[in-house]
Design a binder for this molecule. Structure first.
Ligand code: UD1
Ligand code: UDP
Length: 358
């Protein structure tokens, strides 16, 4: 059987690559590599368990560090793996440093590289993720674009060969696991919000956490909300809040990162989500939960155009959040587009293409 190498490095890559890994089983020999960018059990190991994924064959243990350190360690490790194994193709997903390392290593060795979630653009080059995406898209042999908009972005940059519109694998992941979450997760009872109106929040983006004053403004709004706000905090955010000596005293509850089933259950029953996450902007559209994204731009413009996601600055957050917590019609108006990212067959579609083309 041909070998397919798959590289992941962080929480969202593990979640979104799971449907591809499942679809590839039995059709390719899989060689799964974890760069080790995320390493805490609650940011990494827990997802292999709850998504029932094979243990990675290699862990490059690149850990935390600067953009260059993470990219360079990943590059060296992925290059060594590709040189040794000579797979038919290698896949990476999204916009993290694992994607940049894999894209560069594969292109220099002329190994076929498939970029899953190709063509997303925030048009904000101050984000490390935007640089990673652009580079990956320009060296990919296969661009698995989730939407027509993503294909437009690729076309605008002259990337037209090997482009496939597949939908986003987050739909596969979310639809497969939401019923399982409903059955197995007790997170709502554990947090005392079952049957209540509450807000599900996450904040981790560098642009919101590197500036402690901006983060302070965001958490102050969440703490003053008129409903409980549950925020499973990314370690990056926890580190900054701890340094500031911040303790919420009102509605905000900071909890540890949740595993995927618990997080899906929390999101699925939330009245509103507040986030700066990429994946959560997609999941809220699928689960039909209104989303307020605390960013000046997004690489998920489909959600904004459909009216299910709004970009807000910290000083606009309070007003919009209170409206959505108190006005049923306003909340309802921000739902109703669960199919923006496809029908849940992206994983199969990607593996079909690789099967036919490698
Ligand atoms: C990375 C991605 C980002 C993605 C996010 C998903 C890049 C450039 N960024 O950002 O696109 O949205 O993952 O969550 O690749 N830390 C721990 N334990 C861990 C992991 C991280 O304590 O297991 C702490 C460390 O202090 C580290 C900080 O979090 O310095 C940031 O982690 P890092 O992986 O560098 O970036 P993310 O913000 O997670
Ligand atoms: N997520 C999770 N537990 C949490 C917070 C998020 O399982 O406590 C999942 C969420 O459902 C989504 C993914 O993590 O699928 C998003 O990851 P993150 O926000 O870290 O990264 P991004 O999508 O912004 O790159």
């Amino acid at each position: 059987m041909r070998e397919l190498a798959v590289v992941v490095g962080t929480r969202p890559e593990i979640i979104k690559m799971a449907p591809v890994i499942r679809a590839a089983e039995g059709r390719f020999d899989l060689h799964l590599v974890h760069t080790g960018q995320h390493y805490d059990d609650e940011m990494s190991g827990a997802f292999f368990e709850s998504l029932d994924l094979p243990t990675p064959d290699d862990n490059l243990e690149i850990g935390s560090g600067s953009q260059a350190e993470q990219t360079a360690s990943g590059l060296v490790g992925v290059e060594a793996m590709l040189s040794e194994r000579e797979p038919a193709a290698v896949l990476a997903l999204g916009d993290t440093n694992a994607v940049l390392s894999t894209a560069l290593a594969a292109s220099k060795l002329s190994t076929k590289f498939g970029h899953v979630e190709a063509g997303l653009r925030s048009f904000d080059r101050t984000m490390p993720e935007e640089v990673n995406r652009v580079v990956a898209d320009h060296v990919a042999d296969f661009s698995f674009a989730p939407t027509a908009k993503a294909i437009e972005h690729l076309e605008d940059e002259g990337v037209t060969a090997g482009v496939y519109e597949t939908g986003n694998t987050i739909v596969d992941a979310c639809r497969d696991h939401a019923p399982m979450a409903a059955e197995r997760s007790t997170v709502l009872e554990d947090l005392g919000v079952a049957g209540e109106d509450y807000v599900a929040a996450t904040i981790h983006r560098a642009s919101n956490t590197d500036d402690p004053e901006r983060l302070r403004e965001i958490v102050a709004v969440l703490d003053s909300a008129s409903a409980p706000v549950i925020l499973p905090a990314h370690p990056r955010t926890t580190n900054v809040l701890d340094e500031m000596g911040y303790e919420p005293s009102g509605s905000l509850r900071l909890v540890d990162p949740l595993d995927y089933l618990d997080f899906l259950q929390l999101l699925n029953h939330a009245r509103v989500a507040v986030t700066d996450s990429g994946g959560i902007q997609e999941e809220t559209s699928i689960l039909e939960v209104p989303c307020l994204t605390v960013r000046p731009n997004t690489e998920r413009p489909e959600t904004v155009a459909a009216g299910v996601n709004e970009l807000v600055e910290p000083d606009e957050l309070e007003g919009r959040l209170e409206t959505l917590l108190t006005d049923d019609a306003a909340r309802e108006a921000m739902t109703g587009h669960p199919d923006l990212y496809g029908d849940g067959s992206a994983g199969e579609h990607i593996v079909d293409v690789l099967d036919a083309q490698t």
